[in-house]
Design a protein around this ligand. Structure first.
Ligand code: BGC
Length: 696
């Protein structure tokens, strides 16, 4: 390859016009485009966002409809790697059938803050759960001759001031938390590309951070793929190249095309070695070849494929729903002649979606609402999959009416004369903004209070991006968290409410009682006027976000270290049946240990149990923090028993040792906890750790 041919691989367009500069006409409308090389038969790279389905904004890909999966937290609540792999495979297939060969999915940043504006694209607050499920999605995507991209490397854990925030955290804490999530996801899914983040880490922009890109990713983890920048995240040529960035994405967003003419000049002036250019090109081509990009396309999906994709979206939405409260078994609804009123949340029109780059126009289309914010950063879109008609179809004997919930007094009147009231509460979220608080927006708490006061048989269906507070919790009958349930949200909610399918999910994030319980009650850099477009406000000065406060103890680990009780703990979820655990045994030796146990369904309905294994590891600070070591997942018929096993990843028993540059297990006794959730151990087993350094 000539120098120019190599350089041409190293930067690419936003695949839509930006400031009057568009990509070449052969680009597919989407996130990015890098021209191919006909002389060498190298395919062009067509990049699409596709965290939760193939993103297809109407102005860019008019008339395209793709299957919208439920949000990242719904997929995570399944604790089901197989299902996450199938979800990824669906996304990869739908991307490939539209001609894309790079998927920008795989959001793997930890949810350090329940208000994080992108949590609906991410997985969880735990590194093991995030790593294994994100890795499964990536592997699924890549089963289609498509490259998957894991993002945003690293510590893009809040949206407020994301371009200017400097995540301050020590190496050990970083290795044991956010980096561990990426490490496990990368070894599980082997993504062809890694996207570096907008934010700074310990003073350096993530896309020119030699510690993250060269040292950790490429050296310590032996990562063979390439690093692409986030869109507008490149700030230099020589420093970025030397730090390990291989490709500049979305170049119209950068101040200049740093990896264009300036890169060639730097090579010709010997400010950059040629071997590094070779390496950058080789890494990109290696991923293309390893994943079959450029092989003859497999052909487009027949219509039946779409039906099975919708069935998968529906299954994921039910399996990922978390039942948080169910007093007097108000759920499932007994079918038959009764009056039910559905209230609020546009339940007659659809289910809410998250905004920003992952926005999917679903099969059936989007419903544009007049809800605030109507202008930037809105509008707020709903997937046209409405709970009202779905529930009417699922429970034809009932008389089901709808009240839009705008007037709480009127809604309370309808609830008072009904046998059952179901309130749909929504929380919208979009890339670029964090939630202002934990409260449901638009006075929905007052609506729920009013309805619950009129009818104690009130069920709240939460369609939220992440955790919310519930001041009315003790006055309602049931709470079902369905997150953003996606393309088949309506029928999935009807399945759950009527008990056709039992809710199977467990929380992948802690629901705090109040902001005061969090490491940072106030989000650093949060804007007080989020409705003013970013381009119209003065750029904030760079500011620190002190992640050393909680360090590696994110989420439930923080709550256990601080000895505070959340509203709902990580791993929590009820069921329409009851389970019991027995026969906990520890086997194996050295650093390879396994636990086995039995779980039995003692109730009268089928149901899914997700027993979790934790340990409290002494860390020398006198504040042992709980860690998830693994989990098992079983769907059981009434009376059925399953024998389950959990293999323990030894890194979860270790600490990252900065002098040995590796994982070190300290000798000593620990107690393994087989638990219902992060705060409710049911069985215990003693274990003696043998001191060991884990092989790299
Ligand atoms: C987001 C990325 C996304 C990219 C391309 C950026 O603003 O942070 O997650 O993949 O845009 O659309």
């Amino acid at each position: 390859m000539s120098l120019d041919e190599k350089l041409a691989l190293l930067h690419g367009f936003v695949a839509m016009p930006v400031g009057g500069v568009g990509p070449p006409p052969q680009a597919l409308g989407g996130a990015g485009y890098i021209p191919g090389n006909p002389r060498l038969h190298l395919p062009a790279l067509y990049e699409t966002d596709a965290g939760l389905g193939v993103a297809n904004p109407d102005d860019i890909r008019p008339h395209d409809q793709a299957t919208a999966l439920p949000s990242g937290l719904a997929l995570a609540s399944t604790f089901d790697a197989g299902l996450n792999r199938r979800a990824g495979a669906m996304v990869g297939r739908e991307a490939a059938s539209r001609g894309f060969n790079i998927v920008l999915g795989g959001g793997s940043d930890l949810i350090r803050d329940p208000r994080s504006g992108r949590s609906f694209e991410y997985v969880s607050e735990d590194p093991l759960l995030t790593g294994l499920l994100s890795g499964a999605q990536i592997a699924g995507v890549q089963s289609n001759d498509v490259i998957s991209t894991i993002k945003h490397f690293a510590l893009n854990d809040q949206e407020s001031g994301v371009f200017d925030m400097d995540a301050r955290i020590g190496e050990r804490a970083m290795r044991e938390s956010d980096l561990l999530a990426f490490e496990i996801a990368i070894e599980t899914g082997r993504p062809g590309a890694v996207m570096c983040a907008y934010n700074l880490v310990n003073g350096t922009p993530a896309c020119q951070d030699g510690f993250l890109l060269e040292r950790v990713l490429k050296h310590d983890w032996h990562y063979p793929g390439f690093v692409m920048s986030d869109w507008g995240a490149v700030h230099s040529t020589v420093p970025a190249v030397l730090a390990g960035l291989d490709q500049e994405s979305g170049e119209q967003y950068d101040k200049q095309i740093f990896f264009g003419a300036p890169l060639k000049r730097a090579v010709l002036d010997h400010r950059l070695p040629l071997w590094r250019i070779d390496e950058m090109a080789r890494r990109i081509l290696r991923s293309e070849i390893a994943l079959g990009v450029g092989d003859p396309p497999r052909g487009t999906e027949p219509a039946a494929g779409v039906r099975s994709d919708l069935a998968l979206a529906r299954m994921a939405a039910t399996q990922g729903a978390v039942l948080l409260r169910n007093r007097n078994e108000v759920l499932p609804i007994r079918p038959g002649a009764q009056r039910i009123v559905l209230i609020g949340g546009h339940a007659d029109g659809g289910v809410i979606t998250g905004g920003g780059s992952p926005q999917v126009t679903p099969v059936g289309g989007l419903l544009r609402t007049a809800d605030p914010p109507r202008n930037y950063p809105g509008p707020v879109f709903y997937d046209r999959s409405a709970p009202l008609p779905a529930l009417r179809a699922a429970d034809p004997g009932a008389t089901i009416s709808y009240d839009d919930g705008r007037d709480p007094a009127r809604a309370a009147l309808s609830a008072g004369v009904a046998d059952l009231a179901i309130v749909f509460a929504t929380q919208w979220s979009i890339e670029g903004l964090d939630q202002p608080s934990l409260s449901l927006p638009d006075r929905q708490d007052a609506l729920i209070e009013a309805v619950a006061r009129a009818n104690p048989r009130t069920i709240v269906v939460l369609e939220t991006a992440g955790p919310v507070s519930m001041p009315w919790l003790d006055r309602v009958g049931a709470v079902l968290e369905v997150w953003y349930p996606g393309n088949e949200g309506g029928p999935a909610i009807a399945d759950l409410l009527t008990g056709r399918v039992g809710p199977g999910g467990r929380l992948p994030v802690t629901f705090p009682r109040s902001l005061a319980q969090l490491p940072r009650p106030v989000i650093p850099g949060q804007r007080s006027h989020p409705t003013v477009p970013l381009t119209e406000i003065p750029k904030p000065a760079p500011f620190d976000v002190d992640y050393a406060i909680e360090g590696a103890d994110v989420g439930y680990r923080w709550f256990s270290r601080q000895k505070i009780a959340p509203l709902f703990p990580f791993g929590f979820g009820l069921s329409y049946t009851r389970f019991s655990l027995s026969n906990l045994r520890l086997t194996g030796s050295g650093t390879r240990r396994t636990v086995t146990f039995d779980v039995r369904n003692n109730g009268a309905r089928p149901g899914r149990d997700i027993p979790q294994l934790y340990a409290d590891l002494p860390d020398g600070s006198g504040h042992p923090a709980r860690r998830l070591l693994g989990w098992a997942n079983a769907l059981l018929a009434p009376g059925q028993t399953a024998h389950l096993r959990i293999d323990i990843d030894p890194r979860l028993l270790a600490r990252y040792d900065l002098t040995e540059h590796g994982w070190r297990i300290d000798a000593g006794p620990i107690t393994l906890l087989l638990a219902e959730n992060a705060t409710r151990p049911l069985l215990k087993a003693d274990m003696v750790l043998v001191g060991a350094t884990l092989p790299p």
